[in-house]
Design a protein around this ligand. Structure first.
Ligand code: F6P
Length: 321
């Protein structure tokens, strides 16, 4: 009987810890008697037939590297009937019996389409956004928070030296989780997220109260989905009567060596995805729930985003005083 053949790809925005997950998929598959194959450049590579067989040594030296060494893409073609048909064909040509898709909610939609066409597929949540409600956290979120904290500390040096307010814009697309948790960890005076309405007057008032209490600086952490940092900085400068500067961290947040947490999470999720495929599961994603690995349907993963954690927001605001 031929061996199971497990393919792995990374899709969407890269996230630190994806390499740990790829490594775990490859090594767990091989150790369990399966073959392992990497698909390069995400779903685009899948459609182009960009596959390469992996050995135990193929994933050496990748654990501590940021990005994804097998490449990624955001594929429009996977959302067409033609693209999906071609993807199924490519997987059959390469004798793939199970596919692991590491990515965010968009990648899960494509993965589910493949599942509906008979491909055995398991997802792994890899995105710095941590916007998938079915899992407590996603690969890359922890490292991105650390990067934001580090950047905020540096900005705070300048903010307090010049007695200024700074707005730090962070990623997260439509979800405020990254801004919320990094805002708490970085000691932000104000956190702006898309899920909670905010007004310039309130921000200005909180800055004013801070100055009255003797604060030398104010740090506002703002999610990209909550507005544009440069515009808000300009408006606040006019209202508050002192200089407000903006820093957009951008893709710095996606890069860099993964934290120990993300390496561990990627390793556990990669192994759990292979176990699930070998046990005959499909159409599901590996999730972290109360420190354990569980499976949730792909539909559950892409259709429910984390709700705003109001208690974390309230805590951050209390501690900012
Ligand atoms: O989904 C991850 C993410 O980094 C979002 O936080 C951000 O909005 C988006 O990707 C940026 O995508 P791109 O790198 O394609 O511009």
């Amino acid at each position: 009987m031929s061996k199971p053949r497990i393919a792995v790809l990374t899709s969407g925005g890269d996230a630190p810890g994806m390499n740990a997950a790829v490594r775990a998929v490859v090594r767990t598959a091989i150790v369990n008697g399966a073959e392992a194959v990497a698909v390069h450049h995400g779903f685009e590579g899948l459609l182009d037939g960009d596959f390469s067989p992996m050995q135990l040594g193929s994933v050496g030296g990748v654990l501590d590297r940021g990005g994804t060494f097998i490449g990624t893409s955001r594929s429009e073609r996977m959302f067409s009937e033609e693209g999906l048909g071609l993807a199924v064909e490519r997987l059959a040509q390469h004798r793939v019996t199970g596919l692991v898709v590491i990515g965010g909610d968009g990648s899960y939609r494509a993965a589910e389409e493949l599942d509906m066409r008979g491909v055995k597929v398991i997802g792994i949540p890899g995105t710095i956004d941590n916007d998938i409600a079915a899992t407590d956290t996603t690969i890359g979120f922890d490292t991105a928070q650390n990067t934001i904290c580090d950047a905020t500390s540096k900005v705070r040096d300048t903010a307090s030296s010049h007695e200024r307010t700074f707005i730090i814009e962070v990623m997260g697309r439509h979800c405020g989780m990254l801004a919320l948790y990094s805002g708490l960890a970085a000691g932000a005076d104000c956190i702006l997220v898309p899920e909670i309405p905010w007004a310039l007057e309130d921000i200005c008032e909180s800055i004013r109260q801070g100055v009255e209490r003797g604060k030398k600086h104010s740090i506002i952490v703002m999610a990209e989905g909550a507005g544009h940092a440069f515009g808000v900085a300009e408006d606040l400068t006019g209202m508050c009567g002192h200089k407000v500067r903006a820093v957009v961290l951008g893709h710095i947040q996606r890069g860099g060596a993964p934290s120990a947490f993300d390496r561990t999470l990627g390793s556990r999720m990669g192994a759990a995805a292979v176990d699930a495929l070998l046990a005959g599961e499909s159409g599901k994603a590996v999730c972290l729930k109360n420190a354990d690995m569980e499976l949730a349907t792909l539909a559950e993963c892409y259709s429910h985003h984390h709700e705003m954690k109001q208690h974390i927001y309230d805590l951050a605001m209390v501690l900012a005083r």
